[in-house]
Design a protein around this ligand. Sequence first.
Ligand code: AFP
Length: 331
Amino acid sequence: MAEPGKTKFQVDLRRHLRENEVDDNLTHLICEIAEASKYIINSIRTGDLGVAGTSNLYGEQQLALDVLADRILRKRLDHSRVVANIMSEEMDEIIPISPDCEGKYSVAFDPLDGSSLVDVNLAVGTIVSISAGCDLLQAGRHQVAAMYILYGPRTTLVYSTGDGVHEFGMNNLMEYTLLREDIRIEPKGNLYSPGGQRNLYTPGVEAFVSSLEDRGVKLRYSGGFVPDINQVLLKGRGIFFYPHLNGSPKGKLRLLFELNPMAFLVEQAGGAASDGRTRILDLEPDHIHGRSPVFIGSKEDVALAEEYIRKLDGVEPSIVEKKSKKQASSS
Ligand code: AFP
C-alpha cells in the first residue's frame, strides 16, 4: 500500500514492487522491462512502419517495429544481470544469457503483439512471462510473474507477481504511476471478444456464442490480444476466446508468449483461462512455439464454454476436425 503522506496514485512502479516485498532481482527485471517499453513507445510513435525484410518462424513478415521492439527488449534483458534465458516470439529458439540459474529469471515475451494493427492506428502491446531459474519449457503454473504494456491512447502497464494484479499509467515524465491495485474480474461477463472465423467454429463453440448473444452480451473485438484482454480486466468482467477451429484444432495464439502470462494475470484477478477442456496454466508445452485454443475471463463464462464443448464437441479438437470433415463429405 502507499506510504503515509503519499497518495496511492503517486506510487511509482519500483516503489510498489518494494512495498509489496518483491524479490530485488525480480523488481529490477520488471523495472528494466518497463524502461524498455519507453523506447518501444518511441519506435511506435515515430518509427518506420515498413517491413523489415525478414520473417519469423511462422512465416509472418516481420514488420520493422516487430524486429525493433524485439531488439530493444533483448538488449535490456541481456544487460540486466538477472536473466538466465530469454525466448521471443520473433526468434526461432531460446537464447541463453547466463549459465547461472540461481537467483536469476527466464523470460518469454511477445515484443509487439498485434504489430500489424499499428499501421491502422489500433492499440498493441508487449506481453511478458517470467519464470524463476533457467527452465522456460514448463507449465504456466510455474510462472512467478507476468506483465503487459499496452500502447493505446494511454500507455499502461499491468503486472502481477502472484499477489494481485495492479495497473500503472505512464505520466508526462514517462514514469509509471499506480492507477489501480488488486483488479478483480466478476464471475459473469457482459462482453465477449470472439477470435477466429465464425464459419469455422465447432458446434460447441457456436452454441456457446449463441447462448451469449441470447443473454444480450455485447461483442467487443479489436484484433489485438493485449487491448482485448485489458478490456476484460479493467471492465472487470467478460470473456475473450480464440477457439479450436475446424482446420485449426490448436487455434492461433501461442502458449508460452501470449496465453501463459495472460492466464496468470487473469487468474490472479479471480478469472479463469482454459483451452476449452484444460486449465491453460496446467498445459505442458510440447515446443517453444506451441499454440493452444483459449477461453479466458469471467470464470462462469469460461465454465459455460467448457460445458458446451464437452457436450457438443466431446472429444479432442483434432478429432472434432476429422469428424467435421467426415460429416461434410457425407452430407
Ligand atoms: P499479429 O501479432 O500477427 O498481429 O496477431 C495478433 C494476434 O496474435 C493477437 O494479438 C490477436 O488476438 C489475434 O492475433 C487476432 O487474430 P485474428 O486476426 O485472426 O482475429
